[in-house]
Ligand binder design. Structure first.
Ligand SMILES: Cc1ncc(COP(=O)(O)O)c(C=O)c1O
Length: 429
C-alpha cells in the first residue's frame, strides 16, 4: 500500500510535484545582444538629422537612394502574375526545391563545367545565402568527426555566430595585412600558412568573391594556391557565394573560385544567395550545392540535407524561386539581368571613385584602397571612435569601418567624404 503511494507520487507530472516553480520562465532567459548590422539600421531610422546617410546594411540602393527592383526581376514577376488561374498555385514545394530551380542555379554557378559535374552534383534550395550556409554547417557538424572550422579574420559577423550555434570549434585564418591597417590589403602569406596548419578534415569558410567586410579578394593565382592547399590538407571548403555578379558586374568572372574548386574535383559546399545579385533580399531565395566525390556520396549528402531542411523549415518558399527560374530560364530576361548587374556594379565603382576623390581632397593622403577593393563593401580603415564621430554627423557604417558603397550616391558622396575626413582629423588632434 505504502509502496503504491510512493510510486503514484513519483509518477506525477514534474510541474505539479515542484513546490517552487520559477516565477518567470522566459524572464530567466538571458537577453541577447542586438544584431550589429540591423542595430545600425535602427539607429539610422531613429536619427533626426536631415541628409543622413545609410552605409550599414548590405542592400543595393539606386542613384536616388531608393531600394531597387531589377527590371529583369520585375519582368519575371509580371509574367508570374499574368499566368492563368491554376498556373501558379501555393502548393508545398519539394523539400529540396523544384528540379527546374536547381538546374537553373547549377548552370549559373558552374557554367560550362555543369555537364561533367552533374553526376556528382547535388543541390538543395535554401532560405537565401544564410540558409544555404546553415544547411552546410549543420550537415558538417552532425557527421564530421573533426568538428572544426576556420574562417577569415575578419569575416561577415553571422559566420562565427552560426559556427558557434552548431557547436563547432572555430578559429580564424589571417586575412588582412597588419602592417597596413589604414589601407587594408591581403596577407596572403599569413592566410596560406594558417590553412597549411589547419587540421585535416576541417571545414574552411572561403568567400568566393566580393569579400565581406573587406572588399579584398585573392587574385586568380592566389586562389589556385588556396585550392592546392585545401587539396593537400584535405580541408572541406565551404564557398560562400553571396555576391556572384556583384563584384565585377559579370557572373562568369565572379564564378572563378567556385569553378576552380569544382574543376579540380575538390569535394566542397557552395552556398549561393540571390539576395544581392537579383535584389531578392526579403524573398529568401538561395541554394546549397554539394560537389561530391561521386553519385552515391552526393545522394547521401542530399538526403541528409533534406532532413536538416525538414526539421527546421520543412519546405522552401516558392515565390522567389519562381522569379529566379523566370530570370535564368528565359533568354531575354537573362540578358536584361546581366545588364542590370553591370548597372549596379558600375554605379558602385563610380561611387568608389567619387569617395576616393573626396577623401583625397579632404585629407591630402592616398585612398587608393577604396578603388582597389571590390563588391558592395569598402573597408575604410576608420577606427571605432572615428565611426562614432561619423554617426554623430549622420553618416552610418559598421563599427569595423565597413561602408556599404550602395548607400552612396551623387547627392551624398562628397558630404560623406567630408564627414569621414573630419572624423579622422578630429581623432588625430
Ligand atoms: C558574406 C555573406 N554571406 C552570406 C550572406 C547571406 O545573405 P542572405 O541570407 O541575405 O542571402 C551575406 C549577407 O550579407 C554575406 O555578406
Amino acid at each position: 500500500m505504502l509502496l503504491a503511494l510512493i510510486v503514484a507520487l513519483l509518477s506525477l507530472p514534474s510541474s505539479s510535484s515542484s513546490l517552487s516553480p520559477p516565477s518567470s520562465l522566459f524572464g530567466s532567459f538571458p537577453a541577447a545582444a542586438e544584431d550589429a548590422v540591423f542595430a545600425v539600421t535602427r539607429r539610422f531610422n531613429e536619427c533626426p538629422l536631415p541628409g543622413k546617410v545609410s552605409c550599414g546594411v548590405g542592400a543595393y540602393r539606386d542613384s536616388q537612394g531608393r531600394p531597387f527592383v531589377l527590371p529583369s526581376v520585375a519582368s519575371a514577376r509580371a509574367a508570374l502574375a499574368a499566368l492563368p488561374a491554376g498556373g501558379w498555385t501555393h502548393e508545398y514545394q519539394p523539400i529540396g526545391g523544384p528540379p527546374a530551380f536547381a538546374e537553373a542555379a547549377q548552370g549559373l554557378a558552374f557554367g560550362p563545367l555543369l555537364a561533367g559535374l552533374a553526376p556528382r552534383l547535388g543541390s538543395v534550395q535554401s532560405l537565401s545565402g544564410t540558409g544555404a550556409l546553415h544547411l552546410a554547417v549543420s550537415l558538417y557538424a552532425k557527421f564530421s568527426p573533426v568538428g572544426k572550422v576556420l574562417f577569415s579574420d575578419p569575416t561577415w559577423g553571422n559566420h562565427e555566430a552560426m559556427f558557434e550555434a552548431a557547436g563547432l570549434e572555430a578559429s580564424t585564418y589571417r586575412y588582412l595585412d597588419p602592417a597596413t591597417p589604414t589601407t587594408p590589403s591581403l596577407d596572403f602569406a599569413g592566410l596560406k600558412e594558417d590553412l597549411l596548419s589547419a587540421p585535416e578534415g576541417a571545414l574552411v569558410l572561403l568567400q568566393a568573391c566580393a569579400h565581406n567586410p573587406t572588399g579584398v579578394d585573392p587574385s586568380p593565382e592566389q586562389w589556385r594556391e588556396i585550392a592546392a592547399v585545401c587539396e593537400e590538407r584535405k580541408l572541406v571548403p565551404l564557398l560562400d557565394n553571396a555576391y556572384q555578379g556583384f563584384a565585377s558586374g559579370c557572373v562568369e568572372t565572379d564564378a572563378f573560385a567556385v569553378r576552380l574548386f569544382a574543376e579540380r574535383k575538390i569535394p566542397c559546399f557552395v552556398a549561393c544567395s540571390f539576395a544581392k545579385n537579383m535584389g531578392l533580399y526579403g524573398e529568401r531565395v538561395g541554394v546549397l550545392h554539394v560537389v561530391a566525390e561521386d553519385g552515391e556520396a552526393r545522394d547521401n549528402a542530399v538526403s541528409q540535407l533534406k532532413i536538416v531542411a525538414r526539421t527546421t523549415y520543412s519546405n522552401p518558399p516558392s515565390f522567389g524561386g519562381r522569379i529566379v527560374e523566370g530570370v535564368l530560364g528565359d533568354a531575354g530576361r537573362r540578358e536584361q539581368w546581366e545588364e542590370d548587374l553591370r548597372g549596379m556594379a558600375g554605379r558602385i565603382v563610380q561611387m568608389r571613385e567619387r569617395l576616393r576623390d573626396g577623401l583625397e581632397r579632404e585629407t591630402g593622403s592616398s585612398w587608393k584602397h577604396i578603388t582597389d577593393q571590390i563588391g558592395m563593401f569598402s573597408y575604410t580603415g576608420l577606427t571605432k571612435e572615428q565611426v562614432k564621430a561619423c554617426e554623430e554627423k549622420g553618416v552610418f557604417m559598421l563599427a569595423s569601418g565597413r561602408v556599404s558603397m550602395a548607400g552612396l550616391n551623387d547627392a551624398n558622396v562628397d558630404a560623406t567624404a567630408k564627414v569621414m575626413a573630419d572624423a579622422i582629423k578630429g581623432s588625430s588632434v
